[in-house]
Design a protein around this ligand. Structure first.
Ligand code: KG4
Ligand code: ZN
Length: 340
């Protein structure tokens, strides 16, 4: 089954062509245009600019990806959640191609794309259920229980800032370029993670919800009230301590869920899944448990938004004939994969 994937929900315009069968898949082509350089100036994604950049980039990328390739049999497009300005561009292109080529359209939730991202490099049938998906990105931080393909239950999530957003905002306070997550992570490698006792919000709450805006404020107040020199603390120490506060919360909440549910796979996805400390500490925690749980996270290139993950998620919808007529698909910036 040849599937054309389209992703434009944030600041990456991505198109991919996948050849998927029941037990394997091949990425025939993929091209992504990142808008990071444009948004860097503003310290974050500017929705109006993002929409315009997606509109400029998308048609040449579709042409490039399809060059000398077989004709797609399905189109999988991200129709939510995300920035409406970006979603509209991808959805309109997908609708038009579906009508012109007379092929079915698959409406894909962006979070579901991240759920499948660890399997882009592996056999997608390796996903053993029930799986606990921790999706942490610039816009989302959620725990989702996945009992089967398409069977999602949200167990908890952030009540305010997403983890990636918290990384990016604190990086901005430190005058680091957008996106700040990778910059903080790189500096943290050379710092002492117990140098500053940053709060671990909601770590003791019995639910699986999280909150990161207080941590961001604690970072702001520390920078307002101290200088690195006087406190005898380096930028690297600050970054390591801040990052560890986030990881400690994610570790504890993950452990709580694993103790209270039967889980066979822990799946990490979203931009923050590129954080090697988070990967390592989750992996160590799993090794210490009596019951074996397989741990899956994406290869670095697939941690960020990409269209291949949307096409792979699309395959499972196509397999269940879950298509959407071109004149009925709607971009929904607030689409929730599963309600609590
Ligand atoms: O999934 P993604 O590409 O876009 C959204 O759907 O939001 O995630 C981007 C987010 C940004 O906030 C970025 O700072 C964060 O992922 N990120 C990281 C790392 N690499 C990317 N955060 C922490 N550590 C990293 N190594
Ligand atoms: Zn994403």
């Amino acid at each position: 089954m040849i599937i054309l994937g389209i992703e434009s929900s944030c600041d990456d315009t991505s198109v991919a062509l996948l050849d998927v069968s029941k037990d394997k898949h091949t990425i025939l082509a993929q091209k992504t245009a990142s808008q990071i350089e444009v948004h860097k100036t503003y310290g974050g994604v500017v929705p109006e600019i993002a929409g315009r950049k997606h509109a400029e980039a998308i048609i040449p990328i579709v042409e490039d990806v399809l060059h000398n390739q077989p004709k797609p049999e399905y189109i999988a497009v991200t129709s939510g959640p995300g920035l409406i300005t970006g979603l509209l561009v991808g959805v309109e292109v997908a609708k038009t191609l579906s009508y012109l080529w007379d092929i079915p359209l698959l409406s894909i939730n962006h979070i579901e794309g991240h759920v499948y991202s660890p399997f882009l490099e592996e056999n997608h049938t390796d996903l053993v259920f029930p799986a606990l998906c921790l999706i942490a990105s610039g816009g989302h931080t959620e725990y989702i229980l996945m009992k089967d393909h398409g069977d999602y239950t949200k167990l908890g999530g952030t009540r305010d800032d997403a983890v990636g957003e918290c990384f990016d905002k604190v990086a901005k306070l430190l005058h680091l370029d957008y996106p700040g997550g990778p910059k903080i992570a790189a500096l943290a490698e050379h710092g002492n993670s117990s140098a500053i006792p940053f709060p671990r919000p909601m770590i003791r709450s019995k639910d699986y919800d999280m909150s990161f805006s207080g941590l961001k404020t604690a970072a702001l107040y520390w920078l307002r009230d101290n200088t690195f020199e006087d406190a005898n603390i380096t930028l690297e120490d600050f970054c390591a301590s801040f990052q560890q506060a986030i990881i400690a919360v994610l570790l504890k909440k993950t452990e709580n869920i694993l103790s209270e549910h039967t889980i066979k796979t822990l799946l990490l996805g979203g931009g923050v899944s590129a954080n090697t400390q988070l990967q390592t500490q989750l992996s160590h925690m799993l090794e210490k448990r009596d019951q074996p749980i397989q741990f899956r996270f994406p290869k670095k290139t697939y941690c960020m938004d990409n269209a291949a993950m949307i096409a792979l998620a699309g395959y499972h919808h196509a397999a269940h004939n879950d298509t959407t007529p071109w004149n009925e698909i709607v971009a929904n910036p607030n689409w929730r994969i599963a309600q609590i």
